[in-house]
Design a protein around this ligand. Sequence first.
Ligand code: FAD
Length: 388
Amino acid sequence: MIREELPFPGIIGRICHHPCEKACLRGEKVDDAVSLCALKRFVADYEVGKREIPVPVVRVRKEGRVAVVGGGPSGMTCALYSRKAGYRVTIFESRDALGGMLSFGVPPFRLPPQVVEREVSLIEKAGIEVRYNTKIGRDVSLKEVRDTFDAVYIGCGAQAGARLGLENEDAPGVLSGIGFLGRAGEERKVGKRVIVVGGGNVAVDAALTARMSGAQSVRIVCLERREEMAAGEHEVDRAGGAGVGLLAGWAPQTILTGEGRVKGVQLVRCASVFDGHGNFSPAYERKITKTIRGDTVIVAIGQAPETGFVGELPGLELTEGGWIRSDPATPATTLPGVFAGGDVVAGPGMAVAAIADGKRAAARIDDYLSGEPSRPANARTGGKRKGR
Ligand SMILES: Cc1cc2nc3c(=O)[nH]c(=O)nc-3n(C[C@H](O)[C@H](O)[C@H](O)COP(=O)(O)OP(=O)(O)OC[C@H]3O[C@@H](n4cnc5c(N)ncnc54)[C@H](O)[C@@H]3O)c2cc1C
């Protein structure tokens, strides 16, 4: 069943993590709630390891060409299901490999590259054309793609790291979390004393990766108190267990430099992060400060979309912050025949949500190309998914 229903079972089985996972995997809590993540992991590992993943069978061939912008989990899923439905499909991928953040972000201790490679190989085996190193907006315009293909799915993710907006943020030794994590399994250079700014799972992944890459001291600095952090409690525990320090309730105020590179960060006490309505609205106690020294600062405070190329297609709307406006149900954009989903619509989230968007989009693309009227896009709060 898992083979029929899930596009990338090994990936989904491994990448889902939940607070119950740790205790359940260790079998400590016999009478406690059943861990869905651990179950998914067990079924996926058992099933996937047994035999080759079957290549989807294209039973009917249909007229129409589908273009997919971005070969991350969302784009790959849309491509696979559109191919299964009988269409000719081309993925435009700016990098030299498929997988998106699963290959260029999620660290190997969470998702082994061989699991991704094995499942990603399905794309080419299914007869989907992939144009690697082809960035829409740089190498080919979105207008050209829309003029050449009958339907377009945009799943280009949130590839840019959000910035603190402080002076010296471009100094040598200051890195973005996404940039630092980079291609899974690649060796990375890191200083002896690393400061990671951010309170989400990406910050924790960056801190653990820095530790595994040889940093002697790694500290996470975040605005939130420990119990408010976006990172899962078990992830924070895991980092603590690996010797990562935590300075919770502090905000970077100044990036300190000397001799042409970063030397540390001056922090100010953060009194509260959210206002009475739960909106992000940090308040500081300006008189309480602290200086910490470090030779590498990794900024992992969120991700932003790179959607400048959308301007090439008049009528295709973005929401505040540059996310693509699309209807969560369909996921149709404001332009007929153009669909969008995954992180570029909803903001940084979970792989399984991006996969679900891709699957939904393939069904709607099939309707659209078969002559079913495409439903109009509803207003959507782009980029509002809970961040990582
Ligand atoms: C460090 C880290 C850890 C994570 N851990 C987990 C986890 O444990 N569990 C989980 O469920 N999720 C996790 N995620 C989130 C998950 O990886 C994302 O939600 C998911 O990958 C989003 O899929 P996507 O296809 O929308 O975008 P992406 O994965 O970002 O893929 C977008 C693709 O589009 C390509 N692209 C971008 N712009 C263009 C362009 N102009 N032209 C052509 N191609 C383009 C990119 O190169 C990329 O391949 C993590 C993310 C990060 C960064």
